[in-house]
Design a protein around this ligand. Structure first.
Ligand SMILES: C[S@@+](CC[C@H](N)C(=O)[O-])C[C@H]1O[C@@H](n2cnc3c(N)ncnc32)[C@H](O)[C@@H]1O
Length: 254
């Protein structure tokens, strides 16, 4: 499992944009009332709550006990949250759809994730996912590694899986799912406030700071990326997302 820990309160305070972008993915999911949907890596539960408000029978699982606890606190009327790892969902032929927003780049062993998702789907069920794709946050990573090198430190090993469309389609097909569509697209993403870039690193990439003085690191990082990522009074992360829809062969939907 990724060694990333999740500060659920910080996530909700400064990174609500992640779940907001996920609403677009929910439109692609197009879940119908009564359908059983699993939100894989549900975080603090907003998408499960939204689906439940549309009478979709949504469950949420996440590997982080802290995220699941916060989801339970936010939505006490929804006892549908559980701690589980994407690679071992333990569900079989159970869901009409597995939905996952901004999770799968955090999970090593993508073949195990795809197999676990395929098992959880009923025949005809669909997998609708979005996560970081090849080239995601390339400007931030490059600049951060340069700052580390200038301080005489080795490059920080990165925990993320950012595949190309071709690589990921093979993984999903290898699990027996049919890929219906997959695409990689740039989505520059505005970060919250003038400390947005710092908050982003503190939430998602603290390993970049290892061995460095934080204030000096951030000053050097911001100077290096300002020309590219600072626009109209805000920091923009150079997100690039991979979106995929795949179906488990078998009975048609409906
Ligand atoms: C950026 S958050 C996205 C949360 C939510 N899907 C949203 O749209 O707000 C990534 C989530 O992936 C979860 N995660 C990371 N590794 C996981 C794994 N192996 N299995 C399940 N969830 C995992 C984290 O705990 C975290 O809640």
């Amino acid at each position: 499992m990724s060694t990333q820990t999740w500060d659920a309160a910080l996530y909700d305070r400064h990174h609500g944009f992640v779940a907001s972008y996920g609403q677009d993915l929910l439109e692609l999911l197009a879940a119908l009332p009564g359908e059983r949907v699993l939100d894989l890596g549900c975080g603090t539960g907003d998408h499960v709550a939204l689906l439940r408000s549309r009478r979709v029978a949504a469950d949420g699982v996440d590997a982080s006990a802290e995220m699941i606890a916060r989801a339970g606190d936010k939505y006490p009327d929804f006892p549908y949250f559980a701690v589980a790892d994407a690679r071992e969902l333990g569900a079989e032929d159970q869901y009409d759809a597995v939905f996952s927003n901004a999770v799968l780049h955090w999970v090593p062993e993508p073949e195990r994730v795809a197999a676990s998702v395929a098992r959880a789907l009923r025949p005809g069920g669909r997998f609708v996912a979005e996560f970081g794709g090849a080239g995601n946050v390339g400007t931030i990573i490059r600049a951060a590694q340069e700052v580390r090198a200038e301080s005489g430190l080795p490059a920080a090993p990165l925990p993320w899986y950012y595949p190309t469309v071709g690589e990921y389609a093979l993984v999903v097909e290898g699990a027996g799912l049919e890929v219906r569509s997959a695409w990689l697209f740039d989505r520059p993403t505005v970060l919250d406030g003038t400390a947005g870039l710092q908050n982003w690193v503190r939430m998602f990439a603290t390993f970049l700071l290892d061995g460095l003085d934080e204030a000096a690191f951030f000053a050097a990082l911001e100077e290096r990326v300002r020309e590219t990522l600072w626009r109209n009074g805000a920091w923009w992360a150079d997100y690039r997302r991979l979106r995929l829809v795949a179906v488990k062969p078998g009975a048609p939907r409906g």
